[in-house]
Design a protein around this ligand. Structure first.
Ligand SMILES: Nc1ncnc2c1ncn2[C@@H]1O[C@H](COP(=O)(O)OP(=O)(O)OP(=O)(O)O)[C@@H](O)[C@H]1O
Ligand SMILES: Cc1ncc(COP(=O)(O)O)c(N)n1
Length: 275
């Protein structure tokens, strides 16, 4: 039998299925990687915004994590919404004990509509605990600005920020995502080994981008679980995410979800599965 690659996401939920744990598991499945999850926070949200957050007790997060690693050992791990400093400390300890496993840190700070998922005063804790352990950290523009306290207006700034995140915060590599800029959807990858690398995709004219960051980081995690090299993993994840955005589902009353099976529709007529 062929190898079963296994990816673990540690994150919050989205009951409408577009972001968080749900988006991660859909992405793992599409990429033929066995998906597992540890839930940190239950989030009552939809495509229009966040209504309420219920944090899972620390001890129970620990029990979920142990239950996974004691039985089906992950080939790669990602973290998404980690809202409390004590959760970050617990995961820092856990990830430190499993340093052999590639780790993708998506430093989730807010939902697409601007609702906070991580309070401002605990962002420094994320920078100190989880970011330094990351094989790759995947901030969007606002998150990168927060991580290294600089304003980012263009691709030059993204490059400066990427280098600083690796050199000053200790992550092994970074991809700064340019989804919120204008023009082509350009992301900037940096690692000490490869240097700077631009990832370019045409921008799809859509507001349905809820969960793009979760999908992108989960796709990187899935590729790393398969043993794909870092830059190649990021390039493959970029293409997967671009397809998920291109083949928009047009559902929800706000920022609608991406289409996780979009990569299967390339070559078919139309860009909207409802057409
Ligand atoms: N309209 C778009 N067309 C094509 N690619 C896009 C578009 N918007 C975002 N992307 C790409 O999607 C990926 C995620 O980037 P983005 O900046 O949206 O992350 P994010 O803000 O963390 O996402 P989210 O918070 O919605 O999970 C990046 O590769 C980015 O370039
Ligand atoms: C649990 C969780 N994690 C991450 C996001 C970010 O995704 P988006 O910015 O697209 O809403 C989210 N909304 N919910």
């Amino acid at each position: 039998m062929s190898t079963i690659y296994r990816a673990l996401t540690i994150a919050g939920t989205d009951p409408t299925g577009g972001a968080g744990i749900q988006a991660d598991l859909k992405t793992f499945q599409e990429l033929e990687v066995y998906g597992m999850s540890v839930i940190t926070s239950l989030v009552a949200q939809n495509t229009t915004g966040v209504r309420a957050i219920h944090h899972v007790p620390l001890e129970f997060i620990d029990q979920q994590f142990q239950a996974v690693v004691d039985d089906i050992y992950p080939s790669a791990i990602k973290t998404g919404m980690i809202a409390l400093p004590e959760m970050m400390e617990l995961l820092q300890q856990q990830l430190n004990s499993h340093k052999n496993v590639p780790y993708v840190c998506d430093p989730v700070m807010m939902a697409k509509n601007g609702d906070p998922l991580l309070e401002k005063h605990v962002r420094a804790k994320l920078r100190e605990t989880l970011v330094p352990l990351a094989t790759i950290v995947t901030p969007n523009i606002a998150e990168a600005e927060d991580l290294i306290d600089m304003q980012i207006d263009d691709i030059d700034d993204m490059e400066k920020a990427a280098i600083r995140i690796v050199k000053e915060l200790g992550a092994q590599s970074v991809v700064v995502k340019g989804g919120s800029l204008t023009g082509d959807a350009v992301d900037v990858f940096y690692s000490r080994e490869t240097g700077l690398f631009k990832l370019d995709a045409p921008r799809t004219d859509t507001k349905h981008t809820h969960g793009t960051g979760c999908t992108f980081s989960a796709a990187i995690c899935a590729q790393l679980a398969k043993g794909i090299a870092l830059l190649d993993a990021v390039q493959k994840a970029k293409a997967f995410t671009a397809d998920a955005i291109t083949w928009s589902l047009q559902i929800g009353n706000g920022y609608g979800p991406t289409n996780h099976w979009g990569h299967r529709l390339n070559g078919l007529p139309g860009k909207n599965v409802n057409q």
